[in-house]
Each structure stands twice: as structure tokens, then as C-alpha cells.
Write a protein of this length. Structure first.
Length: 366
């Protein structure tokens, strides 16, 4: 291992530390990164000298901005030699997320900076999620013709009221207080105290099987109140506007809220305008996903999401969204179909059709 490795593994007493070391790429994860991350986690799960795992990102900007969707785009477009990447990438990513969720020891993700997409997957699905004043949390997939995945079927549905629908459809960005309010973060620790917190974890004299109790006590020494969550004040309006059974109903409710001239009128107008820039197909698939997966556990959520990814990879909007947002960066995707009215129920149904022996069958445990 060297400072140029993209996944850095370290130890401090009973503490194991994994650092995603791609700061210039905002620590976005490649397939090779997942293939370094997953074996390390499995080895630490078996190692009796490891009592807690901390996962963090290198640099000053991001914990992890997501998965390497550009590589998936190129493979799906036949650029390069790995045509199987759209299937393999999501499969191995989801297997790692399942391992994180079932990890038998305390797993702590330090969400210090941008935490989006795949970065959410490797944090929110773990036991402890540390937010800082630099946390910027979002699931922005509908802007690139995808849908909120990495277990979002489960964790968005566990948010208060209709906030999960709001976040999944709009890709709205959250600060630390909002992340705590939604349950995505478990503690708020100021950025300036993160290193001290990690050092304190390395000094713990472990008393198995009491790891979680010791972690709770250690983190309590550093955790503080981040202040009020803006989402809490918005929740009544979110609940009113995002309770509909169709995207069209949600847009109509936002129009009513905007026209009423109340405290949330501007928010409603801006939210409605933002939704109309997203992939119409992605919006309808996302709403269906969250409706049918309301009570799913993580394994069921990942199985559904994997099925959806494989249908999305065979369609148009993901490639157009990535082109517009990440390749050409013209910010003007040409969705197909271009309007919600042209996305039929049968077209949405097709994304949920089983894919036979290609289905994801995740095992329990790590």
C-alpha cells in the first residue's frame, strides 16, 4: 500500500480504517475500488483483533460523491472492452452494501463533505454515520435518468412523512441537521474534532462483546447539536405536496401550494420547476419503486434496485443524462419520452419485469 493507492487500509489498535483516496474524483468509487473495499471488510469481520471499522474520504471536499457512472456509461455505449460492466458494477456494489448493513462489528462512516449516490450506499446502510458541518447529502439520480438506488428503497421510505419521496424525486441536498432529522446520520461531530474522535477510537481498551456500548460512549464525547433542521419546517408542505399516487398529482399539488401564496409558495414553485427538468421516466419509475418498496428490508430493496438498473441500462435516458451532465456538460438532456404524459403505465411496468437468472440474489450476513 502507498499514498497513491485508491483504497488505503490502516490500523490503530482495535480500530481498522479504510480511506477512499480519490480526492480529485471526489472519492467516487470504481469497480476496482469495490474489489479492494469488500475483501478488506470481510477480513476485518473475521479478525478478532479488529473491533471497529471507520470509513472516510481523502481530501477536503468529499466523503464519496458516488459510483463511477461514467465508466458504466462508456461500457454501455460499447466504449472499451468491458461490456459486462453495467451488470457487474451494480452487482458488486450492492453486495458490498449488503455486507456493510450486516457487518457484525461497529461500522462508522465519516460523511465529512459531499455524500451522494454510492457514497450514501456505503454510509447510510451502516451502523454509525457521522455528519459534520461540511456534509452535503443527496440522491440526485433522476437528473441523470437513473433512480435512487444503493438501498434507497428502504432508507428513503424510513424518512419522516413524505420526505423520502421528496428527496428521491427531486435530488434535494441536505445539510447535517437535515441528515440527522431524516435518520441518515446518527451523530453530528464538528469537522475540527473528527481526527480527535478517530484517535480516541484507536485508544479504546476493548471489552468484547461490548463494542457498540463503548462506541456509543466514545462518540457521545464528540457529538453536539447541529441546530434546527430546515426540512422539519418544510415537512407540512412536503407531506401535502408529495402524498399523491402519481407524479402528475404531485406536480398539481405543488402548483396549488405555489399559488396559495403562503410561507412555502416559493419553495413549491422552485421544486415543481426542478422536477420538470428531470427524466420523466425516472420520475415515474422512482415513485413506483418507493410505493411498492415501502416495507422492504435491505435485501429486498437491493434485489428490486438491481432489476431496475438492468432495465435502465437497456434504455435511453441514463446515457443521455450522463452525456448531458458529465460528458458534454451542456446541462440540456433530451429525454425520451420527453414528457410525463408520454410515459405510459405499461412503459413503467416494463422496468419492474423480472430478469430471470440475472436477478440479484444477495445472501445475509457479511
Amino acid at each position: 500500500m502507498s499514498g497513491t493507492d485508491e483504497i488505503l487500509l490502516g490500523r490503530d489498535g482495535g480500530l481498522a480504517i479504510l480511506t477512499i483516496n480519490r480526492p480529485k474524483a471526489l472519492n467516487a468509487l470504481t469497480l476496482d475500488n469495490y474489489r479492494r473495499f469488500a475483501p478488506a471488510l470481510r477480513a476485518w469481520a473475521r479478525d478478532p483483533s479488529v473491533h471497529v471499522v471507520v470509513v472516510r474520504g481523502a481530501g477536503e471536499r468529499a466523503f464519496c460523491a458516488g459510483g463511477d457512472v461514467r465508466a458504466v456509461y462508456e461500457a454501455g455505449r460499447g466504449i472499451g472492452g468491458n461490456r459486462d460492466l453495467p451488470a457487474v458494477f451494480f452487482r458488486e456494489e450492492y453486495e458490498l452494501i449488503r455486507c456493510i448493513h450486516r457487518f457484525p462489528k461497529p461500522y462508522i462512516a465519516v460523511m465529512d463533505g459531499i455524500t451522494m449516490g454510492g457514497g450514501v450506499g456505503i454510509s447510510v446502510n451502516g451502523a454509525y454515520r457521522i455528519a459534520t458541518e461540511r456534509t452535503l447529502f443527496a440522491m440526485p439520480e433522476t437528473a441523470i435518468g437513473l433512480f435512487p438506488d444503493v438501498g434507497a428503497t428502504r432508507f428513503l421510505n424510513r424518512s419522516p412523512g413524505e420526505i423520502g419521496r421528496y428527496l428521491g424525486l427531486t435530488g434535494a441536498r441536505l445539510n447535517a441537521a437535515d441528515s440527522l432529522y431524516c435518520g441518515f446520520a446518527t451523530q453530528f461531530v464538528p469537522h475540527e474534532r473528527v481526527e480527535e474522535m478517530i484517535a480516541a477510537l484507536g485508544r479504546i481498551a476493548w471489552e468484547t462483546p461490548s463494542e457498540h456500548g463503548q462506541i456509543d460512549a466514545a462518540l457521545a464525547r464528540f457529538a453536539v447539536d447541529p441546530g434546527p433542521a430546515p426540512l422539519a419546517a418544510l415537512r407540512p408542505a412536503i407531506d401535502r405536496c408529495f402524498a399523491g399516487d402519481s407524479v402528475e398529482e404531485i406536480l398539481d399539488a405543488l402548483a396549488v401550494e405555489a399559488g396559495a401564496g403562503g410561507a412555502h409558495a416559493r419553495w413549491a414553485a422552485q421544486t415543481r420547476a426542478g422536477l420538470l427538468t428531470k427524466s420523466p421516466t425516472s420520475l415515474k419509475v422512482t415513485l413506483r419503486q418507493l410505493m411498492i418498496g415501502r416495507d422492504y428490508d435491505l435485501e429486498a430493496a437491493l434485489a428490486l434496485e438491481y432489476r431496475l438498473t438492468q432495465h435502465v441500462m437497456a434504455a435511453h435516458d441514463f446515457y443521455e443524462g450522463v452525456r448531458a451532465m458529465l460528458i458534454d456538460k451542456d446541462q440540456t438532456p433530451r429525454w425520451h419520452p420527453p414528457t410525463l404524459a408520454e410515459v405510459s403505465d405499461s412503459a413503467v411496468d416494463a422496468y419492474f419485469v423480472p430478469i430471470g437468472d440475472r436477478e440479484l440474489r444477495v445472501s445475509r450476513g457479511c
